[in-house]
Design a protein around this ligand. Structure first.
Ligand SMILES: *Cc1c(COP(=O)(O)O)cnc(C)c1O
Length: 392
């Protein structure tokens, strides 16, 4: 099994068959499990074996299959599945931090991640230093001998800056800090985060892992020691566990993730290349475009450029809204990684609450549109977007 390639692992790893030997993974829609005797119950509470379950908040066979499969795919020792991506981010950080600890974080973060680092952790006496994620000098200056963890998104949203996992891991490991990477935009298909030095990787499974817009989910990946001794006690007692039904959907998502994400990334790369130079646009941002400021790093760190690109429409918000409203295939929403292509206007939606000076600093301009490329025919997508750009 350990010599299986990722695509094989994504289909077969983690399977636990019941006495019926079903082909497709069973959904164990049960909150709990029956013990053969009072003594057996006592023994299980003292030390549950790998195939022994107690209560679905602690673990469930369908959920465990998902955890084992994503861990195998990512090359991690173990994983804990969570009710959403945010439960994963919160669980990874809060389970390991205490009052007085110091954390260094990139500033360009998904809004809810920023809330946890800026509002929640600091309320409990954790000191957080924010840096520009792409500036290694700032990381070097901010990481101190007592820094306990560093946190960043490996590709930032929505401007698709690439953060150097290896260089930051090297800096963090010099002081023994834990490197926690939110790896959503890199996807489990193109990720090399553990290989590059990450200690903990978190995903919102809502994005590419489900990939069909059906469910919320998340996962924390790391060493068995970190997952079972630090994360699991925190998660199982605070209630952020994944439901077995959702775990089953995510297992099915993993079976097709490689094909889906590669096809989506190929279309995203084609769209980016065809849109670059369009006179209605001032910028096209995509990590594997040679014009991307960190093209070399993006090539080294990711097998492909991902499924998301951003474009900056000349004429600001009014022009961007015209484009959004003229699109027929791309739907206006805020998910990403979905089979359906989705467009988002970050300035007025996902990043609405950021102060103007920070938006400007992060390059979140009024003309910026984030495009998550789906599985539709690339010719139709190109026609749709070219038609929408023609209206301005
Ligand atoms: C969506 C997202 C999250 C949060 O995930 P949910 O499943 O919505 O809770 C966290 N980080 C990044 C980068 C995301 O894109």
């Amino acid at each position: 099994m350990s010599d299986w390639k990722p695509r094989t692992r994504a289909v077969h790893s983690g399977i636990r068959r019941s006495q019926y030997n079903e082909v497709s993974e069973a959904i164990f829609l049960t909150q709990g499990f029956v013990y053969d005797s009072a003594e057996a119950a006592e023994a299980r509470f003292i030390d549950a074996g790998p195939d022994e379950f107690i209560y679905a908040r602690y673990g469930n066979p369908t959920v465990r299959m998902f955890e084992d499969r994503i861990a195998a795919l990512e090359g991690a020792e173990d994983a804990f599945a969570t009710a959403s991506g945010m439960a994963a981010v919160n669980g990874a950080l809060t389970s390991m931090l205490k009052t007085g600890d110091h954390v260094v974080s990139a500033r360009a973060l998904f809004g809810s991640c920023l809330y946890i680092l800026e509002e929640v952790l600091t309320r409990y006496g954790v000191e957080v230093t924010f840096v520009d994620g792409t500036d290694l000098d700032q990381w070097g200056a901010a990481i101190r001998p007592d820094t306990k963890a560093v946190f960043f998104e490996s590709i930032s949203n929505p401007t698709l800056e690439v953060v150097d996992i290896k260089a930051i891991s090297d800096l963090a490991h010099m002081v023994g800090a834990t490197v926690i990477v939110d790896n959503v935009f890199a996807t489990p298909v193109f990720s090399r985060a553990f290989e590059l030095g990450a200690d903990v990787v978190v995903y919102s499974a809502t994005k590419h892992i489900d990939g069909q817009g059906r469910a919320l989910g998340g996962v924390i990946l790391g060493t068995q020691d970190f997952i079972r001794k630090t994360v699991e006690p925190y998660m199982k007692h605070t209630g952020g566990s994944l439901s077995p039904f959702t775990a089953w959907m995510l297992l099915k998502g993993l079976e097709t993730i490689d094909l889906r994400v590669r096809a989506q990334a190929q279309s995203a790369a084609t769209l980016a290349a065809k849109l670059e130079g369009n006179d209605k646009l001032s910028r096209v941002l995509y990590p594997h475009l040679s014009s991307h400021p960190q093209f070399d790093l993006a090539k080294a760190q990711m097998q492909a450029g991902g499924t998301v690109l951003s474009i900056d429409v000349k004429g600001g918000q009014a022009a961007a809204f015209k484009v959004l409203n003229a699109l027929k295939i791309f739907t206006i929403s805020n998910n990403l990684g979905d089979a359906k292509s989705i467009v988002t206007h970050p300035t007025t939606t996902t990043h609405q609450r950021l102060p103007d000076d920070q938006k400007q600093h992060l390059g979140i301009t009024p003309g910026l549109i984030r495009i998550s490329v789906g599985l539709e025919d690339i010719d139709d997508l190109l026609k749709d977007i070219n038609h929408a750009l023609d209206v301005i």
